[in-house]
Design a protein around this ligand. Structure first.
Ligand SMILES: Cc1ncc(COP(=O)(O)O)c(C=O)c1O
Length: 407
């Protein structure tokens, strides 16, 4: 066996030498971001209340996402909480969410005093399974939060139909889905609210940051008040309309986001082209299960490129050992989430000995076992979006590394 054939974990030559041939770094910026930052610095308007950058960015982002109203805020976690509060969801209410997501989808529900109800996901999209939502609806259910996982839109036709039938609100958690489209409409503009994150790893990045989108003026006004310490939007002083917080973003973040937004369409197109190439290259590799490409998804944001692995094909290796072997071949990757209800904080809440007290309706998360989520957490690989910003030939390296390990 030659050095090239021998796995890198066994001392062979890696498919890709990352020192000589590095993957694209993130974030991507140039003199445009420098100019924008210096512009804000010298203007002295660092506060969004007095500056223009935040106002212009929220208008530009809302227009890009086909929504009528956009409001920037501190981060994607706060955006979810703001949307829930604007919908007056709180104690005693239940909110349906998927268990394959970042903790914020659930912690925001708990932060407003409501109870997250986990509904299993589809194995081939990693998104909430609409066929299982209705069985979870009770008289307390107020909303559904679909997560557009990894940038792949959830089945919004089915989710919106169920929500309409049961008079539920829909908050799209689009933290990972900037620019993604469902049947030609960008996500975040399909539900009552859409929430986004601009945290450092995201496809649109200002270090930290968030956004709530809505098409409903009264909801936009409610969100504005919550973001702005509860003040009246019409400038009415003194006094406060609601119990709000300070969820404002700064002008520095806003100006960075405006320049980054200008880069997003080209980057999204590049990620999609490379993802298509990668799917073609991987379709023949035994043991790799590619996600389902729903034709109603007219654009995938590809925050991550995900695929599942047939664990029986790992030739005696464990899944973590397989990931180590892939990294050794020069392909950055990770294993993603564990079922969110299995996180210690939720099991402690089930026992009522956490710092929070659940409502009487608190489900026993320790008894929960959602089989699809459990399985995909054991066999799903995440490749970061930065790999999809490389060249077509770089996709061949990913396929070659996987072929080397799996064949
Ligand atoms: C699905 C999802 N929801 C919410 C968030 C929270 O966003 P932030 O980190 O900006 O608070 C994230 C961020 O990682 C996320 O991936």
């Amino acid at each position: 066996m030659s050095d090239r054939e021998k796995l890198a974990i066994h001392g062979g030559t890696p498919v890709r030498d990352q020192a000589r041939n590095p993957w694209p770094t993130w974030p991507i910026f140039d003199a445009d971001e420098e100019r924008a930052l210096l512009g804000v610095l010298h203007s002295g308007n660092w506060w969004i209340v007095e500056g223009d950058e935040g106002k212009r960015f929220q208008e530009e982002f809302a227009a890009y996402h086909h929504a009528r109203f956009g409001q920037v805020c501190t981060n994607g976690t706060a955006a979810l909480e703001i949307a829930l509060r604007a919908l007056e969801i709180g104690c005693g209410d239940e909110v349906i969410i998927p268990p394959y997501t970042f903790i914020a989808t659930a912690s925001a529900v708990l932060a407003v005093g409501a109870t997250p109800i986990f509904v299993d996901i589809q194995p081939d999209t990693l998104n909430i399974d609409p066929l299982q939502i209705e069985a979870a609806i009770t008289s307390r259910t107020r909303a559904i939060i679909p997560v557009h996982m990894a940038g792949r839109p959830a089945d919004m036709d089915a989710i919106l139909a169920i929500a309409a039938k049961h008079h539920l609100a829909v908050i799209e958690d689009a933290a990972q889905a900037h620019g993604a489209e469902w049947r030609g409409t960008r996500v975040g503009a399909l539900g009552d609210f859409g929430t986004f994150s601009f945290q450092a790893s995201k496809n649109l990045n200002s270090g930290e940051g968030g956004m709530v989108l809505t098409n409903t003026e009264t909801l936009a006004d409610a969100a504005w008040s919550i973001i702005n310490v509860g003040r009246y939007r019409d400038g009415h002083l003194p006094g406060y309309q609601v119990l709000g917080g300070n969820f404002r973003m700064t002008e520095f973040q806003s100006c960075i986001l405006r320049t980054q937004l200008a880069r997003l369409p080209e980057q999204t197109a590049r990620r999609n082209a490379n993802a298509r190439t990668l799917c073609e290259l991987l379709s023949g590799v035994p043991g790799i299960l590619l996600p389902f490409d729903d034709p109603r998804i007219t654009c995938n944001a590809y925050h991550l490129f995900t695929f599942r692995v047939d664990l029986d094909r790992l030739q005696g290796r464990t899944f973590p050992e397989f990931l180590t072997a892939l990294r050794a071949e020069g392909v950055p990757c990770s294993s993603g989430y564990i079922p969110l209800y299995g996180e210690g904080i939720f099991t402690r809440l089930s026992h009522h000995d956490g710092h929070w007290r659940q409502t009487d309706s608190a489900p026993d998360y320790t008894a929960l076992n959602l089989p699809v989520c459990e399985q995909v957490c054991r066999d799903t690989v995440w490749l970061p979006q930065t790999l999809l910003l490389a060249e077509r030939s770089d996709m061949e390296d990913i396929a070659a590394a996987l072929t080397k390990i799996l064949l």
